[in-house]
Design a protein around this ligand. Structure first.
Ligand code: SF4
Length: 435
């Protein structure tokens, strides 16, 4: 989400005639787009703010310093109390102020407005800036929602992004056509919980997926993914639409977070272990061969050894292709911050290490079982290790390296996965798919 919003802000700069400074040292304006989800992300953002505030103060350099994003939304004016060198604090709902800030900077003035009063969230028209993509020129994120109403007890997002707002389907289809014209072949619909997408007239996520199929088919977009899909609102109607339309990639990220009902309840996730397993069965029955990845949060307050065992058991039952695994870090301002029964650091790390070990085993087993399979791939760029080889990706989000000419980049090809090194496949030959 942060990366899509950075691209949208960068496009505003370009529209107003601003150019990217090569190293930031000669910039007239520095924009830091921050993330609050993890405490480590905030710490890094503080470090960057301190760095640029220090340059302004010590070197008496006169540039405009803007802090945007979730952390700006969360801390507001407190950031300026700590760093008076910050000129503007622009929360996620205040991005429409950005053109005014740029204009004021051009004229050497200070834009004056009460950001809090005017803070109404609006979606940007485009979130694909080739200059920021770093190997993602043919893929684009397309936000479809903002905010979250779920209030998982460990998560800061509903507090920094506010209540859910669903973007208009017409606007989403327009962006698909726009990025397709710019060469994008794969899109990822983004939202904190896409399954909660809902317009006032009842038009929901399943309806949106159905609605965008013709928009994608008429453009060059051949693959559609989405993130994140909270299992609690994953409807049978959505599964039906996915199964009926091959444009939706046969890989789903389904964040389970934990395998124990006690912990899921304390996390306020809204589903049980059984409901999750039932959902997985439904998805696999509708789309045989689909791969699933997940998020696992271990070491939640009150978690017992038995709860950890249930999580490992759930992993064995489902066999995720990969997982984002992390241990609980108390986040001030969330309900879980005050929960009793915190697990010690060493204990959390030890529990997490068992989860990681099991996931590595599953990933290796599942990837090895794919050797010999013939796949359609999106050819994304040149391999960093060998200029004669191309990096490609399957619809299951697997990376494959294959010899081939640069001229194929941006097209779809066919290859056979012949061997595996780490988590990257190798193939011997690549041919283009006729469009
Ligand atoms: Fe946070 Fe839960 Fe919303 Fe995800 S669904 S953003 S974890 S509150």
């Amino acid at each position: 989400m942060n990366s899509a919003e950075s691209a949208a802000l960068s496009l505003v700069c370009k529209e107003l005639g601003w150019e990217k400074s090569l190293d930031g040292l000669d910039a007239d304006l520095v924009l830091l787009n921050t993330c609050s989800v993890r405490i480590t992300a905030e710490k890094r953002a503080f470090g960057r703010i301190a760095h640029y505030a220090g340059i302004k103060k010590k070197q008496k350099r006169n540039f405009t310093l803007v802090v945007a994003g979730c952390m700006a939304q969360r801390l507001g004016g407190k950031l300026q109390e700590q760093f008076p060198q910050v000129d503007y604090v622009m929360g996620t709902s205040s991005r429409q102020m950005f053109p005014l800030i740029l204009r004021a900077a051009e004229n050497g003035e200070k834009a004056i407005f009460n950001i809090e009063e005017k803070a109404v969230f609006s979606f940007s028209d485009s979130h694909h800036d080739v200059d920021l993509e770093q190997g993602m020129s043919f893929r684009s994120f397309i936000p479809i929602m903002h905010g979250c109403d779920n209030f998982c007890s460990y998560c800061i997002v509903p507090y920094v992004r506010g209540r859910e707002v669903s973007r208009s389907p017409e606007n989403i289809a327009d962006e698909i056509r726009l990025v397709a014209e710019r060469g994008v072949r794969e899109i990822t619909l983004l939202g904190q919980n896409v399954n909660n997408y809902r317009r006032e007239d009842g038009f929901d996520f399943a309806a949106l997926l159905k609605y965008i199929v013709p928009a994608a088919a008429g453009s060059g977009v051949k693959w559609i993914r989405f993130l994140s899909a909270n299992p609690v609102n994953f409807s049978s109607k959505t599964i039906e639409v996915l199964a009926e339309n091959k444009v939706f990639c046969r890989h789903l990220h389904l964040p389970v977070q934990h395998g124990s009902d006690n912990v899921l309840k304390a996390m306020n996730r809204g589903y049980t272990r059984d409901r999750f397993l039932q959902l997985v069965r439904e998805i696999r029955a509708a789309m045989p061969g689909i791969t699933l990845s997940t998020d696992i949060l271990i070491g939640f307050p009150g978690e017992t050894e038995e709860d950890v065992a249930m999580t490992l058991h759930l992993m064995e039952e489902i066999k995720f292709i990969y997982s984002f695994m992390y241990h609980f870090n108390p986040r001030e301002g969330t309900k879980a911050f005050d929960l009793p029964g915190r697990i010690g650091e060493d204990e959390k790390k030890e529990r997490l290490s068992r989860v990681i070990k099991l996931q590595k085993k599953h990933t290796t087993e599942l990837l090895k079982s794919r050797i010999g399979s013939t796949e359609i791939v999106l050819i994304e760029g040149i391999s960093r290790k060998n200029a004669d080889e191309l990096i490609t990706r399957t619809e299951k989000d697997e990376m494959a390296v294959v010899p081939g000419p640069k001229s194929m980049i941006g097209s779809f090809g066919v290859l056979t996965l012949s061997s595996l090194k780490g988590n990257t496949f190798r193939a011997k030959e690549l041919s283009l798919v006729k469009s």
